[in-house]
Design a protein around this ligand. Structure first.
Ligand code: SF4
Ligand code: SF4
Length: 183
């Protein structure tokens, strides 16, 4: 959709893969909760796994290079949408989350026990919250959806100034909770 031959077109409705474009992203700046499941980076798996909410054919592939465990594939065509390989085991290293300049990658464990889920997100605000801090989980639109507790904050020179914040939320919000704010 961003190729030279498509410059200026406003009539595109699908990605190169045939996924319907997110109209909410185009109009409002965020993907709708009902739209995000269309994209090949969004899967459900047992245990911690990447959820890649990348929905447009932009020339970008650092997420593929970042994952040394074969979980993410874009392939030779750099504008292809990233695909999550459900047969590869995610090691929870966080490199894909930190490498995505679009902040489109999350690590999700949809069921970490006691009816809770964890969501790891890129966090680029200071001060960093401490582990154990309570707050609110925000959805893609930026609205508060539920209470959340910070269970981990990782920093590393390899993350290039992006911290990885992991929050615990009720499991029914695993597909919606995408940011954290302190109370
Ligand atoms: S967290 Fe690490 S192992 Fe898991 S998908 Fe991302 S880069 Fe790959
Ligand atoms: S690095 Fe982010 S924006 Fe770029 S292709 Fe991967 S998920 Fe999409």
């Amino acid at each position: 959709m961003f190729s030279v031959e498509n410059r200026g077109r406003t009539d595109l409705t699908q990605t190169e893969e045939g996924c319907e474009l997110s109209q909410s992203l185009l109009k409002n700046g965020y993907i709708g909760d009902d739209e995000v499941k269309r994209y090949p980076g969004v899967t459900k798996q047992v245990g911690i796994h990447p959820v890649i909410e990348c929905s447009q054919n932009i020339p970008c592939n650092p997420c593929q290079d970042a994952c040394k465990f074969g979980c993410i594939t874009i392939g030779e065509n750099i504008t292809a949408l990233p695909i999550v390989n459900v047969k590869a085991e995610c090691k929870n290293c966080g490199m894909c989350v930190a490498s995505c300049s679009g902040q489109a990658i999350f690590l999700v464990d949809e069921d970490c026990g006691e009816n809770m889920a964890t969501v790891t997100l890129p966090y680029e605000f200071l001060p960093l919250p401490d582990k154990g801090v309570n707050g609110q989980a925000l959805n893609r639109k930026g609205d508060s959806v539920c209470s959340a507790t910070v269970v981990d904050v990782k920093t590393s020179s390899a993350f290039d100034h992006t911290a990885l914040l992991t929050m615990k939320v009720p499991k029914e919000y695993a597909d919606y909770a995408r940011f954290f704010v302190m109370d």
